[in-house]
Design a protein around this ligand. Structure first.
Ligand SMILES: CC(C)(COP(=O)(O)OP(=O)(O)OC[C@H]1O[C@@H](n2cnc3c(N)ncnc32)[C@H](O)[C@@H]1OP(=O)(O)O)[C@@H](O)C(=O)NCCC(=O)NCCS
Length: 109
């Protein structure tokens, strides 16, 4: 199951990087499998942080699906910490018995 299939398609692609008052939001980060582990993920997150600083944000928030605990480790490595949860905006039902929620990670800029 693709991550993008799980996310709410009501969001336009250009809303994947969004300034919401003092908070910046971004999502749908993905690196070519051949390049993973060689730095592009960190480079893109750093670029997003710079963009939000320039637009007056003092913090950044990202939703991570609970089905992807590996992503939590990635964002923790980049200085993010968990601040809460909310229901995941899923576009289709999960397999019976599978639970998924969104974990909000945040970083002060
Ligand atoms: C998760 C993802 C964005 C990370 O990008 P990346 O380019 O592979 O990561 P980087 O090489 O920049 O790694 C940055 C740091 O995070 C660490 N890291 C990367 N992936 C990690 C993982 N899955 N778990 C723990 N740490 C991880 C690296 O070791 C590195 O740490 P270091 O520089 O201190 O040694 C990328 O692997 C990816 O696209 N995955 C598949 C798509 C996906 O699930 N996207 C998430 C949607 S939000």
């Amino acid at each position: 199951m693709l991550y993008s299939d799980l996310m709410h398609k009501a969001k336009k692609p250009d809303e994947d990087v969004t300034v919401r008052g003092p908070r910046g939001y971004f999502g749908m980060l993905a690196v070519d499998p051949k390049q993973q582990g060689t730095g592009p993920g960190r480079t893109m997150v750093t670029a997003a942080e710079d963009y939000f600083r320039e637009h007056g944000c003092d913090s950044i928030e990202i939703d991570v699906l609970s089905l992807r605990p590996d992503l939590l480790l990635f964002y923790c490595r980049l200085g993010y910490s968990e601040i809460g949860t909310h229901p995941a905006p899923l576009v289709r039902a999960l397999k019976p018995g599978l639970e998924c929620h969104a974990i909000i990670v945040s970083k002060t800029l």
